[in-house]
Design a protein around this ligand. Structure first.
Ligand code: NAD
Ligand code: DAU
Length: 342
């Protein structure tokens, strides 16, 4: 099988490409990535020279290029991960999210139809469901109530993919997963940001009261679920993917400090994210029952391994944190280091 992974040089995409080459060695994997600030060729440096892996730099919104790549590599299936992925950035500037996540996804879907792509896997997010109260979990039939520009753009893409299935008979499967963690995550997201700041003895900015809850999923468990959903998912169906590891943010931050042997006095409670969803929790029973997937990682062990990876791979994140990222961090992010109850 020949698979096109969009966003293959980002956090999940690079872990997915590596996973597919190791676990599905008979598959040819092509990565199409624009290499935005979040895309990094270094993430897949170890695949250099691998005849089963090809990289194409390009935008999913460039229909001519996408059709050319699909035909050139006789692509059978598309795993669509390319996106603007950070909620905070979508609050600062939603436009790029609409261009890539909404328009880009439609262009990609349109390019797949005349070129004979047999299956389209849309990687969506649990954020399309909005926020939960203190109890309950999202199922695939929970209503979509996205609350940030990011999640609204992902909900649009998710529904556009399903609409392509209904209207044009395209074979589409949608997955909605919870917060991923693991190696090669860009250090603007909670876990790597806190690790890197702690290693620099800089304040760890916890939004609001730190009581917001996320449901953590190891990226390798996610990659396994995506491969299974591509192979065995039922056409037109949605599958929730979650690691069963709900934790309040403050607990994660304290856990990271404890692994690193750093003091809790580094924690700084800061102004909350506007429209901050309080709690996410995923019910993954459908993918477990129908496709036999189950996560292999426990959160505490996975977090410890992840933190150690960042400690051991300092040159990677030091390079990633330079340039455009540093500019963003200095101008926007630091501005938010104001006390929560100012
Ligand atoms: P990421 O930001 O690390 O990577 C995104 C990748 O997409 C980058 O390599 C970037 O260069 C590429 N890209 C961006 N715009 C592009 C365009 N127009 N054309 C081609 N490539 C483009 O994101 P991630 O965390 O790896 O997330 C991957 C996917 O999974 C996204 O669709 C995201 O919405 C979804 N998701 C992520 C999480 C999570 O916890 N990280 C959870 C649920 C769903
Ligand atoms: O739930 C899936 C989503 O998870 C994905 O769709 C997104 O692509 C991914 O970025 C992630 O979104 P979040 O907004 O949950 O991730 P983030 O790491 O930005 O934040 C996690 C939690 O930590 C959230 O409650 C906000 C909080 N936070 C985050 C940062 C960056 C802080 O308290 N301080 C911070 O500095």
């Amino acid at each position: 099988m020949n698979v096109l992974v969009t966003g293959g040089c980002g956090f999940i995409g690079s872990n997915l490409v590596r996973y597919l080459r190791a676990q599905r060695p008979g598959w040819k994997v092509v990565s199409l990535d624009k290499l935005t600030y979040a895309g990094n060729l270094e993430n897949l440096g170890e695949l250099e020279g691998d005849p089963g892996y090809h990289f194409v730099r390009g935008d999913i919104g460039n229909r001519e290029l996408v059709e050319h790549v699909i035909r050139q590599h006789s692509i059978d299936a598309v795993m669509h991960l390319a996106a603007e992925s950070h909620v905070d950035r979508s609050i600062l500037g939603p436009e790029a999210f609409i261009v890539t996540n909404v328009l880009g996804t439609q262009v990609l879907l349109d390019a797949c139809r005349p070129t004979g792509v047999k299956r389209f896997l849309m990687v969506s997010t649990d954020e399309v469901y909005g926020s939960l109260g203190p109890t309950g979990a999202f199922t695939e039939s929970s209503p979509l109530r996205p609350s940030s520009p990011y999640s609204a753009s992902k909900a649009s893409a998710d529904l556009l993919a399903l609409a392509c299935g209904h209207t044009f008979g395209m074979d589409v499967v949608v997955t909605r997963c919870s917060n991923n963690y693991g190696r090669y995550q860009f250090p603007e997201k909670l876990i790597p940001l806190m690790v890197v700041n702690a290693l620099h003895d800089q304040p760890l900015p916890v939004y609001g009261d730190g009581g917001n809850v996320r449901d953590w999923l190891h990226v390798e468990d996610h990659c396994q679920a995506l491969a299974i959903a591509l192979e065995h998912g039922r056409s037109g169906e949605v599958y929730n993917i979650g690691g069963g590891a709900e934790r309040p943010n403050i607990e994660i931050v304290k856990g990271i400090l404890s692994i690193l042997g750093k003091p809790e006095s580094l924690i700084r409670f800061v102004k909350d994210r506007p429209g901050h969803d309080r709690r996410y929790a995923i019910d993954p029973s459908k993918i477990k029952a129908q496709l036999g997937w189950t996560p292999a990682h426990t959160f505490e062990r996975g977090l410890e391994e992840t933190v150690r990876w960042y400690v051991d791979n300092r040159p990677w994140w030091e390079r990633v944190r330079s340039g455009a990222y540093l500019q963003y961090y200095e101008t926007q992010y630091r501005a938010r280091l104001e006390p929560a109850a100012a």
